[in-house]
Design a protein around this ligand. Sequence first.
Ligand code: MGD
Ligand code: MGD
Ligand code: SF4
Ligand code: MO
Length: 729
Amino acid sequence: MTGPDGATSTSTHCPYCALQCAQSLTPVPGAREGASVAVEGRAFPTNRGGLCQKGWTSAAVLESPDRLTAPLVRSLGGRLVEASWDEALDLVAAQLLRIRAEDGPDAVAVFGGGGLTNEKAYQLGKFARVALGTANIDYNGRFCMSSAAAAANRSLGVDRGLPFPLTDLTQAGAVLLLGSNLAETMPPSVAHLADVRSRGGLVVVDPRRSATADLAADGQGLHLQPLPGTDLVVLLALVHVLLTEQLDDTAYLRQRTEGLEELRRRSALWWPERAEQVCGVPADDLRAAARLLAAASPVHGGRGAFVLTGRGVEQSRQGTATVSAAINLALVLGLPGRVGGGYGAITGQGNGQGGREHGQKSDQLPGYRMIDDPAAREHVARVWGVDPASLPGKGKPAVELLRSLGTDGGPRALLVHGSNLRVSAPDGQRVAERLDALDLLVVCDVVPSETALLADVVLPVTQWAEEEGTMTSLEGRILRRRKAIEPPVGVRSELWIWSELARRLGTAGSWDTDPSLVFDELARASEGGRADYSGVSHARLDRDDESSAVWWPCPATPADEPEHPGTPRLFTDTFPTATGRARMVAVDHLGPADDLRPEAPLYLVTGRVLQHYQSGAQTRRVDALASAVPGPYAELHPLLAARLGVRDGEKVRLATARGAVAVPARLTDTIRPDTVFMPFHWGGAGSVNRLTTDATDPVSGMPEFKVCAVDVTAASAMVVTPDPVEVGA
Ligand SMILES: Nc1nc2c(c(=O)[nH]1)N[C@H]1C(S)=C(S)[C@@H](COP(=O)(O)OP(=O)(O)OC[C@H]3O[C@@H](n4cnc5c(=O)[nH]c(N)nc54)[C@H](O)[C@@H]3O)O[C@H]1N2
Ligand SMILES: Nc1nc2c(c(=O)[nH]1)N[C@H]1C(S)=C(S)[C@@H](COP(=O)(O)OP(=O)(O)OC[C@H]3O[C@@H](n4cnc5c(=O)[nH]c(N)nc54)[C@H](O)[C@@H]3O)O[C@H]1N2
Ligand code: SF4
Ligand SMILES: [Mo]
């Protein structure tokens, strides 16, 4: 494509979230020739040419004034000073060899990210297992998708966030959105909800009347506003209504599922009036929501219905159980595998889906294979040219890994690729202490993130428009990320860094630095796995952007047969479980780990705003976004604010068992009076992860980001410790 000034534009996708909106980038001559690009939305089914504010302004990160362009090494005086690539890599390799010789390979840990391309995620997993030989690799997807992934794997046999194209939603009669604020977190996707809203079929479950909950107002659907952390009860009540009113899809349940009897027993206890007492959602609203979903379901001749979960219900110590309950609901309605219906989890990070398929997770190998499966080890070891016995076993999941850093017997070195975990991990002060206890922290990043600033060695890497690769979107669709401009001088790709480190560590084997060759190896490693990419290559994806972007599984076919078309919809005939049926896992409500008590009488929920992305490392460096939302704040209901004596904009102090922050109050009646909300996009004194608990879901390892107990006071209120007065003495 040719753009303004005759410059050629490049078709690619946004650097941020999993919607992966299609963009075209046209280089603009700037201060540094070709340093930046003009961004336009491009037609693609998921974004229909649209972008959100983060997408339009995404080029600004390329030009960030504090962009890292040279390796930095901590000097004896404690400052980070520039070093040559050889100096920095020699130092890292020497330290890794020393630590490994002293304490064994598991003393070196790796933390990856769901924003890395498939090629990088794959190579990072291989680097950890083969070059470092460590079991200890995990990644920020543990904070993001792990509960949904665990529940989908155990119930449906495979975890592909949306097992259907996003555009299927447009046909539906009802969509149930649990704990997702799509209108702020993936704005262009809202277009796919327009039709269902006009049919009155959007049901949003959120303790806040979020921008998304607002979409369900005025006859367009229902907003259920439960007490934080009680969605499991909402779901059990919905199933109760469907089963007692005989609105379930009996034939589907008989033919395609197992576990109905136990589910019936458990949900029998959750009649709507009892559920209301726990979750606070009026019993009549629970009945209305169940009937609305049933009416839209195929068994009752409806147009189809979808049950979708977001982080609001997944980031909980009962996240896996809650997603299991959402899947049970979808199964009772007879949805999964039907065209025009299903259950899906809305993947978050740009490559959150691919990032969890290719081996960054502590228990996984490429192709969504499990690391403790002997056949999987055999297959992958063959592709890697190593002895299967040499591959390490399961490592620690993220929260456990972070807690163990620098402890007796825990890792002494950590390599971070694509996460600003100092800001985004729960119980942040504890994380800071653990990072401080390390012998060696190496951070690869594009900007000096809060985590990079703590490192012993910082390595500057290429990003998004500066490199080739692939991303797998929330639909499980493999998309090409293309290079539009040259990276700044001095910056290197992570593929190059791993090949250089592998050589310095004395590791044999091939460490390609060309992303298309790494993809070919990934494709071979994934062959026969759950996420089979073996029929895909960069060349195939480059034939034309839209129709050649394929949904996995897409297995290789013999040369004389047509290529596999990819799989837009899963489960149409069977579920990839041992029995071919979906398993309904009966689950019970537990409540938050850090629940209300007299000294912490309110709920704190956390999440996102439209303008900022994640830890904010990128979006806080974009002027338009930083000025729109310059810093952290807490949302309070006016009734709560009045009780505390706080006016809009005044500072409030929030304190939990972990720590305290003081931030301006924003008064809004969109939140429950018993709950406060803070976004998590900032580090430093106003970072909400100083407050959050690192309690985790026992199945998935997901931390309970969404709910903890907090005390809120006016920051101006003086702390008075009265003298004890002895009455009547
Ligand atoms: N603007 C923006 N967009 C993003 C991102 C970003 O950082 N900024 N990040 C991307 C990523 S990685 C992700 S994972 C997604 C996340 O996307 P979402 O899941 O949509 O985002 P969150 O804001 O974390 O949470 C969604 C909602 O959950 C609600 N919630 C909190 N507690 C509960 C509860 O107990 N029950 C229920 N039902 N709801 C609850 C919150 O009020 C919030 O409105 O967004 C992606 N897109
Ligand atoms: N309280 C609270 N905390 C949360 C959440 C919440 O809802 N509430 N949500 C959680 C969720 S869902 C997520 S996904 C996490 C995300 O939190 P993080 O893991 O911190 O994610 P990002 O802020 O996206 O960090 C990505 C980093 O990688 C850098 N980067 C970009 N591209 C590249 C690259 O190609 N290579 C390398 N090496 N670096 C690159 C960016 O500059 C940035 O510093 O936060 C979690 N934390
Ligand atoms: S919705 Fe997500 S992918 Fe689309 S422009 Fe915004 S941040 Fe980028
Ligand atoms: Mo996420």
